[in-house]
Design a protein around this ligand. Structure first.
Ligand SMILES: NC(=O)c1ccc[n+]([C@@H]2O[C@H](COP(=O)([O-])OP(=O)(O)OC[C@H]3O[C@@H](n4cnc5c(N)ncnc54)[C@H](O)[C@@H]3O)[C@@H](O)[C@H]2O)c1
Length: 356
């Protein structure tokens, strides 16, 4: 099997490439590193069955030789990234998806689109089933991401119907695990980094909004299951274990042994208040369901952040913060966290760190 993975150097992509190699596949990774580090590929870069093409798939996505599957992950996915790269996000959802679909069409390959729970917007149906059409603000700040994914889904259907491309759509819910960037604005990296640094842990709103968090290995199993069937989807891939953002902050603080206080900050605009997939379809069509509990997933993830923290701690900026620890901007395919704006706590230490 030879598989092309667009966005293969990213958080999910690098885990996917490694999993494909483990299963004996040849892997061609197409990435321009706009939201990832080459270090994500350490360990697989020199693998004899791994090939890297440094390219912007919004411009072109070409791979020589045969392909069995094209898995299209390329897209800025965290709120920090897509708010920084709004036009690039729209381009990769539109032109990038078209190029990836053309590649699959020319090779006679299976095409899998990594779509998102964000197509449901701030959902009026809970839990979210695939036949729910969503509640998205087309002119809100998050629309560049949400609408480009909705367009990508529509284009995928058009290629299936018009050109008979074997397509599948996976709607991924919040996933987490090693290799997330501490500054990507998603809840677990942000909470972990704040807890490790002893700074206040910033929870958006009153923290009662919910998220469902899927450990990366489970998400990758879902993507692989979709790549090896001819099922069109869309299929939700995510955890049905729902947790409030405040409880998540408490779990991270406890698991890291941190004494950071928890402070509250403003909710970002259009942040979904609830988020949980109905995964009946994934169970039936793919025989897939998550197997890693949140407690186990955190136990596998937090040591990775602790190691990163320890590695960077010798290289602090003038303010004593490790370089690269950033500003959480909200949800996205993040997991329900935001610390935009000043903490609402009256504590002076919290006020002195107006954001992460
Ligand atoms: N992580 C999640 O929780 C989650 C949830 C839902 C959906 N998704 C989807 O899964 C995919 C991967 O997400 P991630 O969390 O790994 O994000 P990520 O930012 O870590 O990875 C995205 C990768 O795509 C690459 N990329 C972006 N634009 C590109 C372009 N024009 N040309 C070539 N490469 C480009 C980036 O450099 C990066 O390596 C995205 O499509 C995202 O929408 C992720």
């Amino acid at each position: 099997m030879r598989t092309a993975v667009t966005g293969g150097a990213g958080f999910l992509g690098s885990h996917l490439c490694a999993a494909l190699l483990e299963r004996g596949a040849h892997v061609v990774c197409l990435d321009n590193f706009v939201t990832s580090e080459p270090a994500n590929l350490t360990g697989i870069r020199d693998h004899p069955r791994f090939e890297l093409i440094d390219t912007d798939v919004s411009q072109a996505a070409w791979v020589g030789g045969p392909l069995d599957a094209v898995i299209h992950l390329a897209c800025p996915a965290s709120p920090t990234d897509y708010l920084r790269l709004p036009v690039e996000t729209m381009r990769v959802g539109s032109s990038g998806t078209e190029h990836a679909l053309d590649l699959a069409a020319k090779k006679g390959a299976r095409f899998v689109l990594a779509s998102t729970s964000e197509v449901y917007g701030d959902p009026l149906q809970h839990p979210q089933r695939e036949d729910y059409w969503g509640n998205v603000n087309p002119v809100g700040p998050r629309s560049v991401y949400d609408e480009s994914k909705r367009y990508a889904e529509a284009l995928t259907c058009a290629y299936r119907n018009s050109y008979r491309v074997d397509t599948g759509i996976v709607r991924i819910f919040n996933s987490y695990g090693p290799r997330m960037r501490p500054n990507d604005g998603r809840a677990i990296p942000t909470f972990a980094w704040q807890a490790l640094s002893g700074r206040p842990i910033t929870v958006a709103g009153d923290g009662s909004q919910t998220r469902s968090l899927c450990y990366v290995d489970d998400t990758i199993r879902g993507l692989l299951a979709m790549a090896t069937t001819s099922y069109p989807g869309p299929v939700n891939i995510g955890s049905a274990e729902e947790i409030t953002v405040l409880h998540l902050a408490e779990l991270v603080r406890q698991a890291t042994g941190s004494r950071s206080e928890i402070v509250f900050v403003d909710l970002p605009e259009n942040d979904p208040l609830v988020r949980r997939p109905d995964i009946s379809r994934a169970r039936q069509a793919l025989g897939w369901e998550p197997s890693v509990s949140l407690a186990d997933g955190l136990a596998r993830t937090l040591p990775w952040f602790a190691e990163l923290w320890a590695g960077r701690n010798g290289h602090t900026r003038g303010d004593g913060h490790p370089s690269g620890d950033g500003h959480a901007r909200g949800d996205g395919d993040g997991d329900g966290h935001a610390d935009v704006g000043a903490p609402r706590s009256s504590d002076s230490a919290a006020r002195s760190t107006s954001s992460t």
